[in-house]
Design a protein around this ligand. Structure first.
Ligand code: CP
Length: 295
């Protein structure tokens, strides 16, 4: 089965193959559908807008039938485990499941599941389809990753995107640095101060402050955070002419990034969301082992 759990599980060839398929879904394979109708369940145990509904959009565009699992009205409320829930979907005829869960690496409990599992995010662990859609957005812009300079900025400690993006970018020949406050970012390893990084980078990738994963509230106003650690208009004005801004969203407007920059010319934030559908179509196609030649 072709699950997608972690970016680290993919070879460089597999990763580039998924990006190529995603790009084909934007162009010559726009209307391609799975030759047989698959039944997919989306199990979101944590809130989501982009991942949840772009998976659903991708599934529907591929001709799948889709069920939305509602944990609050399921037997999870009677104490059923994640493993038994997923085995139930397998037993009653589902062909694959998409899962987002609060637990880091929840999938380690699911090794006896025989249908593909597509990870929609595990705790502070992994978010492989987010990484793939970020890579697709960068590839569309710059065509190659070789030597590309990327700075990932903000709440690195709680992000499930930062480390997998860095690993993938390293594998593809890009140079990735981290930036942000010392309470979330190790200032000694691959670190670059933000004021230097905005002038250096081809890609400024901002991360959301993950309030829901913090034990204590941020002891600083939104305005102070933006001024000290965020992308202000003054910092944006010092970016290279060709450089782009990315953010996985949802965005805390006026905190990680000045509100006016969210939809500025160099922002690719909404483009990333559109690319999410393409990448998820490619990941579902891979899960079922099809090629575009299959009719
Ligand atoms: N970027 C992202 O994962 O957004 P959602 O939490 O809305 O899915």
């Amino acid at each position: 089965k072709n699950s997608l759990l972690r970016i680290a599980d993919l070879s460089k060839e597999e990763l580039l193959g998924i990006l190529a398929d995603a790009d084909a879904f934007a162009h010559e394979q726009k209307d391609w559908q799975l030759p047989t109708r698959k039944l997919i369940a989306n199990l979101f145990f944590e809130p989501s807008t982009r991942t949840h509904y772009s998976f659903e959009s991708a599934e529907m565009q591929l001709g799948c039938r889709v069920s939305d699992f509602n944990a609050a009205y399921s037997s999870v409320q009677k104490g059923e485990s994640l493993y038994d829930s997923v085995k139930t979907f397998e037993a009653i005829g589902y062909d694959a499941v998409v899962i987002r869960h609060t637990m880091d690496e929840y999938f380690k409990e699911l090794t006896n599941v025989d249908i593909p599992i597509l990870n929609g995010g595990d705790g502070c662990g992994n978010h492989p389809t987010q990484c793939l859609l970020d890579l697709l957005t960068i590839q569309q812009e710059f065509l190659s990753f070789e030597g590309l300079k990327v700075v990932i900025v903000g709440d690195i400690a709680h992000s499930r995107v930062a480390n997998s993006n860095k690993e993938a970018l390293d594998m593809l020949g890009a140079v990735a640095k981290f930036s942000g406050p010392d309470f979330w970012v190790d200032q000694n390893e691959n670190f670059m101060p933000l004021d230097e990084a905005v002038e250096w980078a081809d890609v400024v990738m901002l991360l959301r402050i993950q309030h829901e994963r913090h034990e204590k509230h941020l002891q600083m106003s939104k305005e102070s955070y933006l001024e000290k650690y965020g992308l202000t208009k003054e910092r944006e004005a010092r970016m290279q002419k060709h450089a782009i801004i990315m953010h996985p969203a949802p965005v805390n407007r006026g905190v990680e990034i000045d509100d006016d920059l969210v939809e500025c010319d160099r922002s690719r934030i909404f483009k990333q969301m559109s690319n999410g559908v393409l990448v998820r179509k490619a990941v579902i196609k891979r899960a079922f082992g099809y090629s575009f030649d299959d009719k």
